[in-house]
Each structure stands twice: as C-alpha cells, then as structure tokens.
Ligand binder design. Structure first.
Ligand SMILES: Nc1nc2c(c(=O)[nH]1)N[C@H]1C(S)=C(S)[C@@H](COP(=O)(O)OP(=O)(O)OC[C@H]3O[C@@H](n4cnc5c(=O)[nH]c(N)nc54)[C@H](O)[C@@H]3O)O[C@H]1N2
Ligand SMILES: Nc1nc2c(c(=O)[nH]1)N[C@H]1C(S)=C(S)[C@@H](COP(=O)(O)OP(=O)(O)OC[C@H]3O[C@@H](n4cnc5c(=O)[nH]c(N)nc54)[C@H](O)[C@@H]3O)O[C@H]1N2
Ligand SMILES: [Mo]
Length: 767
C-alpha cells in the first residue's frame, strides 16, 4: 500500500527509506508536478524552526504591555510548556474579564497547512469561540474587492470560482482567449487544502493545439505559457479598466454589441452606455482616450474589439487586478464587456475571473465541501475586512465604511495568530510596525521564527503537516487524501489542537473544545460527517477505515465538462442569479445608493492614487508589481534550497526593463535599493524584456529583514514599499499592486541578509 501526504502545492507518495529517512515524490499521474515542496524534509530547514515555547523578555519580567516597542528587538526566554500555557491562559482570562472578548483579535489570516483537521485557523477560531468569541476578519487578501462587488453584479466569488468553464470545453469551443494578467502557471501550483493533479499547463497546451489564439494584456509577459505563440500587448499596471472601456466603446461604435442579450439577461446597460459614450460626463471612452491612459495604441484596441466580436471569445482577468486601488472596477468591467459580447453561458465564451490563480479554476470536478472542523459560534459581532489590520490597531473607536454600512474598529488588547504571517502579507510594514506596538499581548503559534513570531510576546512551537495525521482536500481538486505522519514532531513542537487543548483545560472549557475527542477521533469524525453529506449529494466514498488504508479517494468519476452560467443563459427566468434583479447588473441601484465616490453604480475608470499617470510618478517613476512568488507559497519554504535558487546573491530578484536599468547605471546581478516615501529595501537587479519600461516586479515572500538601526530592509520584501489603503469604501480590500517606487544602485558592500536567524534565546529553566 502506498502512503500519501499532501501540501497546498501537491499530493505526494512517501518512500520510506531507512538509511536517509523518508522521502516524498509527486503522486503518480500528475502531468505537471510542482517542485516547490520536494525538499520539505531537508534537515537544513530545521534551522528556522521554533524548538521550545518562548516568551519575550520584558513581557515575562514586567507583564502584558511591557515595552511593546521592543517587539522584534529583544531576546526570548525559553520556558516549558506548562509555564507558557499558564501564562497565556491567565492573560486571555485577564483581557476577557477586564475588556470583554471584543478586545481579542483572532482573525489570524493565513494559509497554514493543507490538512483539514489540523487547520490552524479553524483551531484558533474554535478555541476562541469556546471562550466567548473574538473579533474576526472577513474576506481575503486574495480577493478582497471581488468578494464584495461580485454578489452585487453576478454571483459570489466563491460560487463563480466553482463554475469556471473547464479546460476541455475551452479547447473544443474557444477561438480567442484574451487575458488581462496572463494565466500564471506558477500560481496554479496551489490550491488551499492540497492541489490534486496539476492541470493548468496541460489545459493551456491543449487549447493551443486546438488552434485557440491567445492575447495577453498587461505589464509583464512571463505569465502565459501555452507551448506556442501568443500576442503580448504591454499595458500600464492598473490601467485595465481604461483599456476595456476602449474595447467596449468600439463595440458600441461598430454596432457589435449583442443588444438582445443585454436586454434579456442584464439590467442597467443604458446607464453604463451613457457613461461609455460620454453623454453622462462629456468624455467618450474612445480607443484614443484609452491609449492616453493604458499606453496601448488606439488602432490595436479597435482591432481587438472587432476580433473579439467575430470569434468565440473567453475574457479573463487575474486576481491581481482587483488587488489594487479601485480593484472592484476591472472585475465589474470585464463582466460588462463579456455581457456586451453576448457569449456568457455559451461553451468557450464569456468570462473567467482568475484562470491560473489556483489549480482549481477550470477544473471539471464537482463542487463538494470537504471534511472540516466546526468552528462553533462567535458571540462577538465586530469584524474587519481582512486587510484593515493596521487601521484596527491604530484607530480604535473610529468608523469605516464597508459594503453600505459604517462600522467601528474595536479596541484590541490581545492578538492571537495561528497559521499566518502578517509580516509577510500586510502592506506598508513600517506602518504595521507602529500598529503592532499597540496590543498588550501578542500570541503566535508558529513552526518557524518568522518575522511575526519574532515580534510576538509568546510563541508556541507548532508541528508541520508532515508531522501529523490528517485529511487533505481542496474543493474541485478531485483527490481526498489520507495524509499520514511522515516524521516525528520537531523538538518540543505540538499540534495546534494540543496547544488549544492545553489552554482550554486551564480555562475550564476543555470539554466544550474537544467534545471528548482526541485528534484521531476527530479525524475519523470529520471524515464520517463529510461522507454523510456527500452521500446525500450522490457521491459515494468508502468508510473511514477503508479510506485510511487505501490512502486516496479519486473523485474523477464524478467529474464532467463545465460551462459557466449556461443554465442562466438558457432560461434566465427559471434560473435567476442571486443579484437583486436576478440578472447581470451592469448598473447596480444598490451600490449607487451607498453614495461612495470611489465606487459608483457602474464600472468606471478612476485613476488609482499611485500609477504611472499620477503626479507622484515624477518623484517615483516606476510602478512596482509585487506578485506571488514562483518558488514558494507566500513566505512558506523561503529558506528551502528550491526557493533560494531563485534568489540572486541571497536576495529577491527585481525584474526591470533593460532601458530603465541602463539609465540608472544598473547591471544584471547588481544589488539595488528600491525606495519610496514609505520604505526602502535591497534587491538584486534582473534586467528583462519580459517587463515593460516604467514597471518593476519583486515577488512577495522574502522574509522581512529590516536593519534595526537604519530600517533598510535587506532581503527584498516588497511590503515595506506597498500602500496600506482599502481598494474602496465598498470592500476595503488589499491594494498592494498600486505602488510607485524608484531604484538606485549599484549598492556597494550591502548589508548581509539575516532573515533566517532565530532571535537571541535565553534558557528560562533557571529563572
Ligand atoms: N505585496 C503583496 N502582498 C501580498 C499579496 C500580494 O499580491 N502583494 N498577496 C496577498 C495574499 S493573496 C495572501 S493569501 C497573503 C498570504 O499571506 P499568508 O497566508 O499569511 O502567508 P503564509 O506565508 O502562507 O503564512 C502561513 C504561515 O503559517 C505557518 N504555518 C504553516 N502551517 C502551520 C500550522 O499547521 N500551524 C501553525 N500555527 N502555523 C502554520 C507558516 O510557517 C507561515 O508562517 O499575502 C498577501 N500579501
Ligand atoms: N507559486 C505560488 N502560487 C500561488 C501563490 C504563491 O504564493 N505562490 N499564492 C496563491 C494565492 S494566495 C493567490 S490569492 C493567487 C493570486 O493570484 P493572482 O493575484 O492572479 O497572482 P499575481 O501573481 O499577484 O498576479 C498575476 C499576474 O498579474 C500581473 N499583474 C499585476 N498587476 C497587474 C495589472 O495591473 N494589470 C495586469 N493586466 N496584470 C497585472 C502580474 O504581473 C502577474 O503576472 O496565487 C496563488 N498561487
Ligand atoms: Mo491569496
């Protein structure tokens, strides 16, 4: 019998090998396995692991709130588990009694590991719910704007994600595939919970072979590989809406709009058309108007619109487009454009919102929600849109608009994080450093000495997915995996579940938290619960013991071709959308009624606050894109040999157009300083024709490594430069891709990178 394990980036077969210890290899049949996790068992990775519970020195000596300015700058005292658990249980009790549960922030965003029982967020949320609740977060960094705008326009992002037209259908029917932001195969390595077989590169190759023509629009062109030729239309970052409006204007001008579809399946096109043609604001959104904004020649815009109307066309936008100021607009606009073409619901036509963002999109597998740990009920109402974490800590009591309602930031005294890395994922990390000083206490469950762990008051060492039994599953990935423990827990690391059991016991809620089950019983329980639900949906899977022995359940027999919104198309009255009108809302009365100047009632071009057309571009003339890293998942495995191979001299590469490099006297491999008014970091210059002039790219994921004296970040973490604002008053999503910088160099004798060093540790056994 084969033993399996899984991570977000793939399913693995385990090879037990007595001499060098176990090894893992990609599951049989994966056409394009990811290299990211192949060396997860490399003992060299242990250098960053947390060995024992650790408490920040001042906090231990002087109590909660002591010298919070020293977070990240002073030693930790290593203590035994009992002492650490006692301290945190007492502190949770103090904060709860003195300020109430709304003083605890437990949003704890992040990807953690793939297993569905030892899922750190579910564990921390369930635990905090059993002690009376916590302030939570809504939405994600991934899709902050999309999650809020799309239900007003078409359907929830989650629903849409699961109804993307599948690759086989596109290979057969699509003639023209036009994408804004590519179809990055590097991103399709992932699925939260465990990607099954990697199907995106093959999906693209099949389309290419079938004769589909590809057009890629955007600032870079290393994000689309079809195995053949494609056209790249370079366009300024954050200008996609202007380009789409130029296309839309041409469709109207040439009489190429499908007016019958707009009448039968949409509401509000007339309002949008008044804006498009300039009746409303005196500005016709012509291709020439668009050219001035996006830099694409008007003739190409015009010709492309005609090509789109004359072919079965699939339009696609990358998720990155909505991770920008006014990020709601490109998603609304691509749907408006697809509606004008009238191919929504037809095989191979219409739109996609994120082909390539994850392995899942375009999957033929059914949407089936998998095994999960019940998180219980949260007695606290307060929440934040996830990317407003620094605002929450800096502005207690202040109000913020969100989806039509004004909300208030609660006053947070304790932050509990398990399974995420805000010092990787948040924007403007220098601002975050100021916000992070506010709470009395920060508790972090972590495997590694990440920048977040280094800035905590108490760190509990957590196990990795390879150190425990679990079930891995991602919706539509097609594989349910009995994830077996491969190696014993590192040093004193414990499972998040055991950590919360320890706290729950001390706080008198052990029974409520565990319901009398240990980890093994829980895994069996969540599997059987899932089996019951799937049975009702007509999907038959074996009982737990058979599953555990076999190791894999393949859901292929329940897979089949998918055509997005085909039922809605064939009978919109019988199959209405869940929007207020039941139709596609190209104008939304609801959104208009909110009165947000930064999100009006129809898709609109609004210049972002930072972009190449902005006034600040004189001071900071380069637009920085901080996309997802090709060789790791966010900050995870940044220290692996595979990730380090992608660095240059140990630092994050900065992709820069050769003209921009030459103008600055920068050569390939030079260490450069990237800077703006918010921060500065070092990176390694990689001149490339794959990026347009005026744009630079530094992927996320390099562990944050500021010089404590100068503040200069040494490793190449773009989030010291990015902007910490909401996308708009509607959704308050992450706007990381809106960012101007400049670059100087070469930097002589750059400071060495110290990101992977543990903090100074003092033994607390004698204290
Ligand atoms: N500039 C810029 N910033 C961005 C983005 C961008 O495009 N540009 N993208 C954003 C997006 S979309 C996202 S999703 C975020 C991602 O940000 P995060 O999801 O926070 O990033 P990860 O590095 O995956 O963090 C997971 C952490 O959990 C830890 N961990 C793993 N397994 C376990 C476990 O079992 N238990 C515990 N306790 N810990 C565990 C890992 O060691 C790691 O530190 O970043 C966002 N930030
Ligand atoms: N290997 C790997 N894969 C991942 C992740 C990872 O960390 N590592 N993270 C996962 C997560 S959590 C998420 S949310 C998804 C994110 O998926 P996305 O948000 O789609 O990913 P990005 O890589 O940020 O951006 C996709 C492409 O859009 C381009 N782009 C950026 N700005 C613009 C713009 O204004 N206009 C146009 N036209 N193009 C632009 C970028 O250069 C990039 O090539 O990826 C997932 N996949
Ligand atoms: Mo994400």
């Amino acid at each position: 019998m084969t033993t399996y394990t899984a991570a977000h980036w793939g399913v693995y077969e385990v090879e037990p090998s007595a001499a060098e210890g176990p090894r893992i290899r990609p599951v049989a049949g994966d056409p394009d396995p990811s290299s990211i996790g192949l060396h997860q068992l490399d003992p060299a990775l242990n250098r960053t692991r947390v060995r024992r519970p650790a408490v920040r020195k001042s906090w231990l000596e002087h109590g909660p709130g002591a010298r919070t300015d020293l977070r990240g700058r002073e030693p930790f005292v290593e203590v035994d588990w009992d002492r650490a658990l006692d301290l945190v249980a007492a502190e949770l009790q103090r904060v709860r009694t003195r300020y109430g549960n709304a003083a605890i922030f437990g949003g704890s965003y992040g990807w953690a590991s793939a297993g569905r029982f030892h899922h750190a967020q579910s564990q921390v949320h369930r635990f905090l719910n059993t002690i009376g609740g916590y302030v939570r977060h809504l939405n994600s960094y991934s899709l902050g704007a999309a999650h809020v705008i799309l239900p007003h326009v078409v359907a929830t992002m989650t629903d849409l994600q699961h109804m993307h037209t599948s690759w086989d259908v596109m290979a057969e029917h699509t003639e023209l595939f036009v994408t804004f932001g590519g179809v990055p195969a590097k991103n399709a390595q992932m699925a939260p919970g465990g990607s099954g077989l990697h199907r995106v590169p093959e999906g693209l190759r099949r389309m290419q072979k079938a004769g589909v023509r590809f057009v890629n629009i955007g600032p870079v062109d290393d994000n689309l590989e079809t195995g053949g030729d494609h056209e790249w239309i370079p366009a300024r970052p954050n200008s996609d809406v202007a380009m789409m409006l130029g296309l839309a204007w041409t469709l109207v001008d040439r009489g190429l709009c499908d007016r019958a579809f707009l009448a039968s399946h949409c509401v509000g096109f007339e309002r949008f058309e008044r804006y498009l043609t300039g009746t409303e604001d005196g500005i016709a959104k012509t291709p020439a108007w668009a050219e001035a904004l996006c830099g694409v020649p008007a003739e190409r815009i015009e010709a492309l619109a005609v090509e789109m109307a004359g072919a079965r066309t699939m339009l696609n936008v990358a998720w990155s487009l909505q991770r920008a100021h006014h990020g709601e607009q490109p998603f609304w606009m691509v749907i408006t454009l697809a509606a004008m073409l009238g191919q929504i619901g037809l095989p191979g036509g219409g739109f996609g919102v994120g082909y390539g963002a994850m392995n899942t999109l375009g999957s033929p597998h059914r949407r089936l929600s998998g095994p999960r740990l019940d998180q219980g009920r949260n007695a606290v109402d307060a929440f934040i849109p996830v990317a407003r974490i620094a605002d929450l800590l800096l502005h207690p009591g202040e109000t913020f608009p969100y989806d039509g309602v004004d909300r208030t930031y609660p006053d947070i005294h304790l932050v509990y994080w398990a399974g995420g890395n805000p010092y990787h994922h948040h924007q403007d990390l220098n601002r975050m450093e100021r916000a992070w000083q506010k709470p009395d206490t920060i508790v972090v469950n972590e495997q590694c000495w990440t920048a977040t762990a280094k800035r905590a008051d108490v760190v509990f060492p957590a196990t990795t997915g390879l150190e425990r039994d679990d079930i891995s599953y991602a919706t539509q990935e097609g594989l349910l995996v009995a994830t077996k423990q491969v190696v014993p827990p590192f040093a004193e690391a414990r499972h998040d579940f055991d950590i919360f059991c320890g706290l729950a016991e001390r706080m008198g809620v052990a029974e409520a938290f565990t319901e009398g089950r240990d980890a093994e019983a829980w895994i069996r329980h969540i599997y059987e619960d899932c089996r019951e639900r799937w049975d009702k949906a007509g999907v038959d899977i074996p009982d737990f013991d058979t599953f555990w022995e076999k190791g894999l359940v393949d859901l292929d027999k329940d897979a089949g071709p998918v055509i997005m919104l085909s039922e809605f198309r064939s009978d919109p009255e019988a199959n209405p959308l869940k929007t207020p009108s039941g139709k596609l809302e190209l104008f939304s009365e609801e959104i208009e009624s909110f009165g947000y100047a930064d999100c009006p009632g129809h898709a609109t071009w609004m210049a972002p606050c930072e972009w190449l057309g902005a006034e600040q571009a004189h001071a900071f003339p380069l637009h920085l894109i901080s996309d997802q890293p090709a060789r790791k998942l966010h900050s995870q495995l940044d220290d692996s040999a595979y990730s380090r191979k992608g660095k240059v001299g140990g630092r994050e590469p900065l992709l820069i157009h050769p003209d921009d490099a030459v103008r600055r006297g920068i050569a390939a491999g030079d260490v450069v300083e990237v800077f703006n008014g918010r921060g500065r970091c070092l990176a390694a210059a990689v001149p490339s024709e794959d990026i347009m002039p005026g744009v630079v790219r530094m992927s996320t994921g390099a562990w944050y490594d500021p010089d404590p004296e100068t503040g200069l970040e040494r490793h190449g973490n773009p989030n010291v430069l990015t902007l910490d604002i909401g996308t708009s008053s509607l959704s308050q999503g992450c706007a990381a891709h809106t960012c101007l910088v400049d670059v100087r160099g070469p930097v002589n004798e750059p400071a060495p990178v110290r990101a992977f060093e543990a903090p100074e540790l003092i033994s607390g056994d004698d204290l």
